[in-house]
Design a protein around this ligand. Structure first.
Ligand code: GUN
Length: 294
């Protein structure tokens, strides 16, 4: 038997259409055009590519995009001054400072300086705390995309045994909080977990966010389980070219799982679509409007 493939590209495209519809409605009914500012310091090629895609999708969904490129040598004071300016700018509803930042910058100080209402990454301690307290919050984009994809395979996540492998602030911890908010029974596994395969075999829903290529094997998966693979690992492919693989051995897992996200084309495309969702949500909250339909 072969698992159902959860298509991130199709789901992300549908989500972008729903965002664009909400943006049109906000513009016509309230004269509100959501705006997203993205700040990139330095010229990390992966970051440049992400930032370019973010700007493109922002414009395609009808929102305003503000791009700020700073030199690799930017000072902490100059970066904080830019964040302060964006916090005060009424045309900017979302602020994303691309990580990683150059070594002279204290990333936590920069993230703390972002107005929590504009924190579309959901990394500010206020939003982290609100999510953990079960209060409305801006939540990190990749975890939000993971939960949306899991819900395509389950009418409800309530009561499911969910195992999250990885405890990062960007994915593992927030996805665990989101699954808890959906009433799943959540286990967070990590590098020090004893007998990881046995812990994974309990899972009805397995989220892999480890950063190790094809680490999760087929026999770690409970037959029929849903597998959400957050990994994006570049490994040597054929003919000297590199290829992308996830944290899950897909060829093995697809034979055991009930549903699984591929890499590429699974969680990845959802992240930017969820950033658009967060920007629309932030714009509505700042304008004092009810939450949007996305
Ligand atoms: N770098 C890699 N992923 C992300 C992300 O989701 N947000 C930010 N700000 N930087 C990143």
């Amino acid at each position: 038997m072969s698992a159902t493939i959860i298509d991130g590209k199709v789901n992300a495209a549908a989500l972008r259409v729903r965002v664009a519809d909400e943006v049109k409605r906000l513009s016509s009914q309230h004269g509100l055009t959501p705006g997203l500012a993205v700040v990139l310091a330095g010229n990390n090629p992966a970051s440049e590519s992400y930032v370019g895609s973010k700007a493109k999708v922002t414009v395609e969904t009808g929102m305003r995009s503000f791009d700020h490129r700073l030199p690799d040598s930017v000072s902490q004071a100059d970066l904080l001054a830019l964040v302060a300016k964006l916090n005060a700018d009424p045309a900017v509803h979302g602020i994303l400072v691309q990580l990683p930042l150059p070594p002279q910058i204290d990333a936590n100080r920069v993230l703390d300086a972002i107005d929590p209402r504009k924190d579309v990454d959901g990394f500010h301690p206020v939003n982290v705390g609100r999510l953990a307290s079960g209060l409305p919050a801006l939540v990190p984009c990749t975890p939000l995309g993971c939960v949306m994809l899991a819900k395509t395979a389950h009418a409800s996540l309530a009561g499911l045994e969910a195992v999250v492998i990885g405890r990062s602030n960007i994915v593992g911890k927030p996805v665990s909080q989101l699954l808890l908010a959906e009433n799943a029974t959540v286990t967070i596994a990590h590098s020090r977990t004893r007998d990881l395969p046995a812990v994974c075999r309990r899972a009805d829903l397995l989220v892999a966010a480890i950063g190790k290529p094809e680490f999760v094997r087929g026999d770690w998966i409970k037959p029929g389980a849903t597998v959400i693979d957050v990994g994006i690992n570049r490994v040597p492919g054929v003919n000297g070219k590199s290829k992308l693989v996830g944290d899950v051995n897909f060829a093995e897992a697809v034979e055991v799982a009930g549903a699984i996200t591929p890499v590429p084309g699974g969680v990845g495309p959802m992240t930017i679509a969820c950033l658009m969702v967060n920007t629309v949500r932030a714009a509505c909250a700042i304008a004092g409007l009810p939450p949007p339909a996305v």
